[in-house]
Design a protein around this ligand. Structure first.
Ligand code: FMN
Length: 176
């Protein structure tokens, strides 16, 4: 099976999204499925100017991620709730990818996390629209990890229900 790419969808330094991405990687590893994290912190600091529009494809740092998105067939997007939607850097990342080859006929799973009560439900809905527009299929099962700060401890999810959903979704994406 081809490698699954897990996108940590923010470039915030202390992001819990990256910890959640690592939890997904651990689950794929345990099932013997190759998985790699794409951390949006790896985008160049001037990405908005060096990696978009007439400059798309010209930044060596951004191209490392761009090539992985083109090559990958299945993705997990870890979506933090920022101002009732997903982080702007994630949209900028998508806007700099090759269109339509980065997403057409590919398969994606989304997981949402928030400090508050919504678990990024709207953010995932917004991002689903974008992925569908770009030609990708999105798994219906989208775990909503509300109040994430209280359910993570040293890189592990302590909430049994959250972990049950993650394990189920990982298997569903493998079979998707
Ligand atoms: C710019 C910004 C906006 C945010 N907006 C929301 C919000 O609308 N609702 C919410 O519950 N949490 C909000 N948060 C908190 C994040 O959901 C929280 O930090 C969570 O851990 C997921 O984001 P992280 O991966 O950056 O840690 C916001 C955080 C930032 C940095």
């Amino acid at each position: 099976m081809e490698k699954i790419y897990i996108i940590s969808g923010t470039n915030r330094k202390e992001a819990l999204s990256l910890q959640v991405a690592q939890i997904y990687k651990n689950e794929f590893d345990a099932l013997g499925v190759a998985a790699e994290i794409i951390d949006l912190k790896s985008l160049p600091a001037d990405y908005l100017f060096s990696g978009l529009y007439e400059n798309a494809g010209k930044s060596d740092e951004a191209n490392l991620l761009r090539e992985k998105m083109k090559e990958g067939k299945k993705f997990v997007f870890v979506i933090a709730e920022y101002n009732g939607s997903f982080p702007g850097v994630l949209k900028a990342f998508v806007d700099g990818l090759e269109f339509p080859d980065s997403f057409t006929h590919k398969k994606c799973a989304l997981v949402g996390l928030s400090a508050g009560l919504q678990g990024a439900v709207l953010a995932m809905s917004h991002f689903t629209d974008i992925l569908n527009y770009c030609g990708a299929h999105v798994l219906a099962h989208k775990p909503k990890l509300a109040g994430i700060g209280s359910h993570l401890n040293r890189g592990s999810i302590t909430n049994e229900r959250y972990m049950k959903h993650i394990k189920q979704q990982v298997k569903e994406l493998i079979d998707f």
